[in-house]
Ligand binder design. Structure first.
Ligand code: NAP
Length: 415
């Protein structure tokens, strides 16, 4: 007999949608540290509208954007949902997931009930005139990140996606591996290959901040695959060795330097001089890690305020600093003399298109890029996984949480 609600790790018969489901929910009145902000709640199961697909989430990936959502910084994610006609009194997030297609909305083609999928998180309005005219969807006004700017993300037993977000799950991967890396991997893919002429070429030196983190672990592998030479920046030798195992030619430990933060004003000669000493020493450390005096053609940035002055300084003449976040702060203070005289480029990058996420998913499916799953959590441990991330105490690579999968290690539905 059909049930009203299934327990975590339990699935209804294929295609049966229970009226209610569990989710790890954030609400505006309890924003704060992740361990307090998330709570398991029972919600009405969403139904797919035209062009939408309901997916039974088997596992979800852990992303930094849910740390932002838990803290309500820079925005309360729930407040973003009303403009898309979604409930805005809660936020059910999660931008990475893998699962089974469970129900189809009107007009969906190319996806069938029972398909095993990995979800790509970039969404846009398919009727957006800009997209219809062939524009890059990532520049469209309707472009948004599923499970952050939208509700019904992967932290619920069922999640709601647009049909084009469903990519084939690599059969040999477990659910938790398949869920772990798409957001960071596809974002890294666009950063490294989406901004010509600064696409990674054989022999290019690429400096990768946070090399052992989610984005960084993917960037090192993508650079190496393209024949580039990645130098990682990390905060411990253990993390540096991890980056070398992923293919980095060397690493710099940022704890050996203390010139971080916003650039001192150029009129303050003493402070500026101290900063310049630190930046030059860091640049030399990059050369030492590389084994030659060549500066990075691409600097892969996301810490932001603390590191951007150094990134601009160490990039090679004609090189690019590409940035997708400002985790340490949003004020990018740049010494323009280095930017114009040495003709460097500071490029913003955000998420990815379907072409980019599928190119990344193919590399994962072929085993050429590893999703770097380091730890799998139970559903009730999801707040703790985010707390570790918020405190930069999480393990290297990526983390995942089991939702519908009753145990780790499953590549398909339980027998
Ligand atoms: P992560 O797994 O936590 O990795 C970030 C790494 O940054 C850490 O491993 C840490 O490595 C390093 N780090 C921490 N504090 C630092 C500091 N003060 N200076 C230099 N490095 C520091 O997170 P992630 O998944 O890679 O995401 C990083 C950021 O990118 C987050 O803000 C996330 O929201 C954002 N993001 C944006 C997009 C987009 O499309 N816009 C997509 C994905 C992620 P060490 O301590 O070893 O240096």
């Amino acid at each position: 007999m059909a049930k009203d609600l299934y327990e975590i790790g339990e699935l209804p018969p294929l295609g049966e949608v229970p009226p209610r489901m569990y989710g790890q929910v954030i609400r505006s009145d309890r924003l704060g540290e992740p361990r307090d902000a998330f709570r398991i709640e029972v919600l009405d199961t969403p139904r797919p509208g035209p062009g939408q697909v309901l997916v039974a989430t088997m596992a979800a990936g852990v992303n930094y954007n849910q740390v932002w959502a838990a803290r309500g910084v820079p925005v309360d994610a729930a407040s973003l949902h009303a403009r898309y006609g979604e409930p805005d009194d809660f936020h059910l997030g999660g931008s990475d997931g893998a699962g089974v297609v469970w129900a189809l909305g009107e007009g969906v083609t190319g996806v069938r009930v029972g398909d095993h999928v990995t979800i790509s998180s970039a969404q846009w309005d398919p009727d957006d005139p800009f997209v219809r005219a062939g524009g890059d969807p990532a520049f469209a006004p309707s472009f948004r990140n599923w499970g952050y700017e939208s509700n019904w993300g992967a932290y619920g037993q069922f999640c709601l996606v647009q049909a084009h977000q469903c990519m084939p799950k690599a059969e040999r991967l477990t659910w938790e591996q398949a869920a772990a890396s798409t957001v960071v991997g596809a974002t890294a893919y666009r950063m490294l290959f989406g901004w010509p002429p600064h696409t990674v070429q054989p022999g290019d030196v690429v400096l990768v901040w946070g090399g052992a983190g989610g984005l960084g672990s993917m960037a090192i592998q993508l650079v190496t695959q393209a024949g580039g030479r990645a130098v990682a920046v990390v905060s411990s030798d253990e993390k540096g060795e991890y980056c070398k195992r992923l293919g980095a030619v060397g690493y710099v430990n940022r704890r050996d330097f203390d010139h971080w933060g916003m650039l001192p004003h150029w009129t303050d000669a003493a402070a500026f001089g101290r900063w310049m000493e630190g930046a030059k020493a860091f640049g030399k450390a990059v050369w030492d890690a590389l084994g030659e005096r060549r500066s990075p053609r691409i600097v892969f940035e996301h810490p932001g305020e603390d590191t951007i002055p150094t990134s601009i300084f160490v990039a090679d003449a004609g090189g690019m600093v590409v940035i997708c976040a400002g985790t340490t702060g949003y004020n990018a203070v740049v010494d323009l003399r280095y930017l114009w005289m040495r003709q460097k480029r500071l490029q913003g990058s955000h998420l990815f298109t379907d072409v980019e996420s599928r190119a990344f998913n193919d590399l994962i499916a072929q085993g050429r890029v590893d999703p770097c799953l380091s730890r799998t959590f139970r559903f009730d441990e999801l707040p703790e996984a985010h707390q570790l991330m918020a405190e930069n105490r999480h393990p290297e690579g990526n983390m995942a949480v089991l939702v519908g999968a009753p145990e780790p290690g499953l590549t398909g539905l339980p027998a």
